[in-house]
Design a binder for this molecule. Structure first.
Ligand code: PEP
Length: 255
């Protein structure tokens, strides 16, 4: 099955308003009319409205970096999926390793968030990945399976995970470190994830779901990664903050 590649930029807590708008304008200009790849940016909350406006008629998709699972209420400092949707987000990154490790998010909490996002019609980009210690202890597949089981618990009951759902394999040891999984290492884990979806849902869904790779993806390694059967795109941190590198990732077929 043909799955359209998705290149998603996670801007994290970077860029001021002017820089955010300039970046999205530059991306939009460089990919005008280019439809081979879906493109998404996930700016900080405070830049979402300005970036949405700058996106205008361009096909760039807008995502949030995190959300609360409730629609509203006494949750100081939190933002709901509904609020993100109101300002134009169609996607939401959930369970990023920085959320899990720095802010104590558990897979149980992430499960609630994925459930809430899907109920709203937001597309979840669910991140999973092992640490260096887990990798060195030979626990990669066990960790990935545990994270999938716990983060998608709600959906496994009724087997109703939408095919638009995006999974992102992001080995923690490769995020922002300059270390990348080799295409073969990444493909092995992506294949495992797709098989897990097949075994826990069905084979049609497994073929439809996009699985992104994340972890120091750069213009000089993207093509090799994207040539692997089960790698359907990239979730990019550092290289998404400059238009020239991000556009080269989007146009990976031409690199
Ligand atoms: C990320 O944080 O999702 C990420 C993949 O970062 P980087 O590309 O900088 O490794």
């Amino acid at each position: 099955m043909e799955r359209k590649p998705l290149i998603a930029g996670n801007w994290k807590m970077n860029l001021d308003l002017d820089e955010a708008v300039s970046l999205v304008n530059a991306i939009a200009d460089s990919i005008s009319g280019f439809q081979e790849v879906d493109v998404l940016v996930a700016p900080p909350f405070t830049a979402l409205t300005a970036v949405k406006q700058a996106i205008g008629n361009s096909k760039i998709l807008l995502g949030g970096q995190n959300m609360h699972w409730e629609m509203s209420g006494a949750f100081t400092g939190e933002i709901s999926g509904k609020m993100l949707q109101e300002i134009g987000c169609t996607h939401i990154i959930l369970g990023h390793s920085e959320r899990r490790m720095l802010f104590g998010e558990t897979s149980e909490v992430i499960d609630l968030k994925v459930k809430s996002a899907v109920a709203l019609g937001l597309v979840p980009i669910l991140c999973i990945g092992e640490t260096i210690e887990q990798k060195e202890a030979g626990q990669t597949f066990e960790v990935i399976e545990d994270q999938l089981v716990a983060s998608l618990k709600n959906f496994r009951v009724n087997k109703d995970l939408p095919p638009s759902t995006v999974l992102a394999y992001e080995p923690v040891w490769a995020i922002g470190t300059g270390l990348t999984a080799t295409p073969e290492q990444a493909q092995e884990v992506h294949y495992f994830i797709r098989k897990w979806v097949e075994n826990n849902f069905d084979s049609k869904l497994a073929q439809q779901i996009r699985i992104l790779y994340g972890g120091s993806v750069k213009p000089d390694n993207v093509k090799e990664l994207m040539s692997e059967t089960d790698i359907d795109g990239a979730l990019v941190g550092g290289a998404s903050l400059k238009s020239d590198s991000f556009v080269r990732l989007i146009r990976f077929q031409e690199v």
